[in-house]
Design a protein around this ligand. Structure first.
Ligand code: TYC
Length: 102
């Protein structure tokens, strides 16, 4: 189109774009069977929470059904979800963990 080259050269209509990678929330879901102490252990072990923080988040999930336990890059979030699911599977707990784009 006429004018396109000039717009590019003058920087007209070209917003400066800084690229931020999308971030992903890791969500822990409540269930009726997974022991509270196991959930606390998972949060301490995989999400670097103190014992007090882990109890607080576990109780939030228990009362509200779900809570965000961390926000990570896509690759780290996938790894965290897989690690939670593997620990739960090994102990035969039905604990569920998922991720969603922020
Ligand atoms: N609701 C479970 C119980 O009463 C405890 C629990 C908390 C389970 C958090 C899962 O993500 C969870 N034992």
């Amino acid at each position: 189109r006429p004018g396109d080259r000039e717009e590019v050269e003058l920087g007209v209509k070209t917003k400066p774009r800084t690229k931020r990678p999308p971030m992903y929330k890791v969500l822990l879901l409540n269930d009726d069977f997974t022991p509270m102490e196991f959930v606390v252990h998972v949060l301490e072990r995989l999400f670097s929470m103190t014992h007090a923080q882990a109890i607080e988040i576990m109780l939030t999930v228990h009362r509200k059904g779900v809570a965000v336990v961390g926000v990570f890059s896509h690759e780290i979030a996938e790894t965290k979800v897989a690690q939670v699911m593997e620990l739960a599977r090994r102990q035969q707990h039905p604990l569920q963990c998922t991720m969603e784009k922020e």
